[in-house]
Design a protein around this ligand. Structure first.
Ligand code: ADP
Ligand code: ADP
Ligand code: ZN
Length: 209
């Protein structure tokens, strides 16, 4: 049987969202993404402040807020692909406490390519589809192919915040990759090439080929 507790790791812009959506469709999994969950609640007041106050600066939202989102999402579904979590070692420990994992993948993409992917990203807030002005443009500029809504640039996809997110990734999330690598669980996948090519590499791992 194919893996149904799938973790997709990688730096911002590696293609986690793009590939998780496809995996979810192909393998009948739920796409659990902390980024989307936080954006849907970005003005929610918590004792630490709103998610937006961290996200717009490119900083991590406090663990307590994110852990609760993940715990609730995973406990209400059997099969899932988790995207955007864990982002530090303490979140990784929390995840180990609440569930097991069948496959841990790491999408590897060159740093310059990440900046180009992130600053050119456009998203549909209505249906969640994502595009790139150059690498994956919609049929009509600025309009979602899937639902016709107007595409927007995320508040944190400007070059300055992108650089900060990559710095935060190096400072916090690189350790998470090492942690799974040390455990022998990590499967590294080349994240460059077309989305179709990358998907085939990932799907082989999830199928257990
Ligand atoms: P990307 O896909 O570009 O990496 P995400 O949508 O995953 O971006 O995350 C956007 C922002 O949401 C992050 O910069 C961070 O502020 C917040 N965030 C998402 N996931 C987490 C997490 N696991 N822990 C803390 N903050 C998170
Ligand atoms: P993440 O969730 O890891 O931040 P996304 O899936 O949102 O990454 O992808 C970031 C940007 O790069 C989006 O604009 C997306 O359309 C584009 N993208 C995704 N995969 C590829 C690819 N293989 N080649 C070129 N651009 C890509
Ligand atoms: Zn749409």
């Amino acid at each position: 049987m194919s893996a149904d507790h799938v973790l997709l790791l990688g730096p911002p812009g590696a293609g986690k969202g793009t590939q998780s959506k496809r995996l979810a469709e192909e393998f009948g999994l739920e796409h659990v993404t902390t980024g989307d969950a936080l954006r849907a609640n970005k003005h929610m007041e918590t004792e630490h402040g709103t998610p937006a106050s961290f996200m717009n600066e490119g900083e991590l939202v406090p663990d307590a807020v994110v852990n609760e989102i993940v715990q609730e999402a995973l406990s209400s579904t059997d099969g899932w692909v988790l995207d955007g979590y864990p982002r530090n070692l303490s979140q990784a420990e929390y995840l180990t406490d609440i569930t097991d994992l069948d496959a841990v993948l790491y999408l590897d993409v060159d740093r310059d390519e990440l900046v180009d992917r992130l600053t050119g990203r456009r998203v549909c807030e209505e249906c969640g589809a994502n595009y790139h002005v150059e690498f994956n443009p919609p049929e009509t500029e600025g309009i979602c192919d899937a639902c016709g809504a107007t595409l927007v640039q995320r508040d944190d996809d400007n070059e300055e915040t992108v650089r900060e997110r990559l710095r935060v990734y190096d400072e916090n999330t690189a350790d998470v990759i090492d942690h799974y690598r040390d455990e022998g669980a990590l499967v590294e996948v080349d994240g460059e090439g077309t989305p179709d090519e990358v998907f085939e590499r990932i799907a082989d791992v999830v199928r257990g080929d």
